[in-house]
Write a protein that binds this ligand. Structure first.
Ligand SMILES: [Zn+2]
Length: 53
């Protein structure tokens, strides 16, 4: 269940802000960002823990 119009946001410690209305999409985007920019592999749970609306 999700609320319409809600945007999930992750603020990376590097200052990048990544947001998406779909958690599944946000997870992919944050995982990609972390891998490319920080050589870090994040799990879906890691991203969910970082995300806020
Ligand atoms: Zn970053």
């Amino acid at each position: 269940m999700k609320n319409a119009g809600e945007i999930y946001t992750v603020e990376c410690p590097c200052g990048s802000i990544i947001s998406d209305s779909e958690m599944s999409e946000l997870i992919l985007q944050v995982q990609e960002h972390a891998k490319i920019n920080h050589d870090m592999l994040l799990t879906a749970q890691d991203v969910e823990d970082m995300a806020h609306t």
